[in-house]
Design a protein around this ligand. Structure first.
Ligand code: B12
Length: 215
């Protein structure tokens, strides 16, 4: 039987080789070997996506490669999702979270992982998808009585819109009754502090730890 390191290496190679079948096979092999789906996602698929991103930035890979890599990652994550969800299905709701990728931004992989992990941790998650108009976060938060409004931004050009979430929640009179949470690759604790967001989450595990402490 392959070792954990070998299976994680297969998961990484599947993404960097743009191979959906290999990603699904590595995910299944990991589950069969008893490896945590979270580890397969973070150490395997995400590490590989970051490498693809670095090569895209350096000009050695192009957009079709990034699309193919993200499809491979999604194929692998889809195999892991039922196992992830099964971990949390027995838990009672800890609170309501509205989440989405911000207006103008279609990057959804990281947001999807965070949403899944929050469901597992026992939160009731309302996922608005990607390219979400600012007002939609506010409307949904009001409609469901959310405790947290969470936004993902993967580009320096779209993270600035996280400021508008803060402003529109204030205008709607909701800001004091809930917490805001921000994340995504260019987002930092400094940025969260600067715009007045309550919580910054570096990755899905960090998000869950911080929210569990808070609720
Ligand atoms: C995959 C990808 C794509 C895919 C997205 C597919 C999809 N369905 O999501 C596609 C090919 C569609 C794409 C398109 C584009 N992309 Co792109 N893409 C990436 C890439 C390589 C990886 C992103 C990813 O999925 N990472 C894996 C996930 C698991 O990590 P993550 O998203 O960071 O999420 C983790 C944390 O950030 C955090 N997190 C995420 N969301 C949230 C939310 C909350 C609330 C919290 C607390 C935490 C949190 O937890 C997650 C899990 O651990 C990045 C490079 C990079 N290193 O980020 C570029 C990158 C983001 N893309 C970039 C660009 C420029 C684009 C395009 C404009 C390209 C083009 N010329 O068309 C378009 C954007 C179109 C648009 N309007 O949005 C640039 C952005 C540069 C900038 N301005 O900041 C990057 C940085 C690449 C680069 N180095 O140049 N892209």
């Amino acid at each position: 039987m392959a070792t954990k390191d070998e299976i994680i290496a297969k998961a990484k190679a599947a993404v960097t080789n743009f191979d959906n079948d290999a990603a699904e096979a590595a995910a299944q092999e990991g589950l069969d070997a008893g490896i945590s789906p979270v580890e397969i996602i973070q150490e395997g698929f995400t590490t590989a996506m970051n490498e693809v991103g670095d090569q895209f930035e350096a000009g050695s890979l192009f957009l079709p490669h990034v699309i193919a890599a993200s499809e491979a990652m999604t194929a692998g994550v889809n195999v892991l999702t039922p196992a992830l969800e099964a971990l949390g299905s027995e838990m009672e709701s800890k609170g309501k979270i509205v989440i989405g990728t911000i207006e103008g931004d279609i990057h959804s992989i990281g947001k999807d992982i965070v949403a899944t992990m929050l469901k597992i941790a026992g939160f009731q998650v309302y996922d608005l998808g990607r390219d979400v108009p600012i007002n939609d976060y506010v409307k949904k938060a009001k409609e469901v009585g959310a405790q947290v409004v969470a936004s993902s931004a993967l580009m320096t050009t779209t993270m600035v819109s996280q400021i508008q979430i803060e402003e529109q929640l204030k205008e709607a009179g909701l800001r004091d009754s809930l917490k805001t949470m921000v994340g995504g690759a260019p987002v930092t604790q400094d940025w969260a502090d600067k715009i007045g967001a309550d919580i910054y989450g570096e990755n899905a595990s960090d998000v869950v730890t911080k929210l569990k402490e808070m609720f």
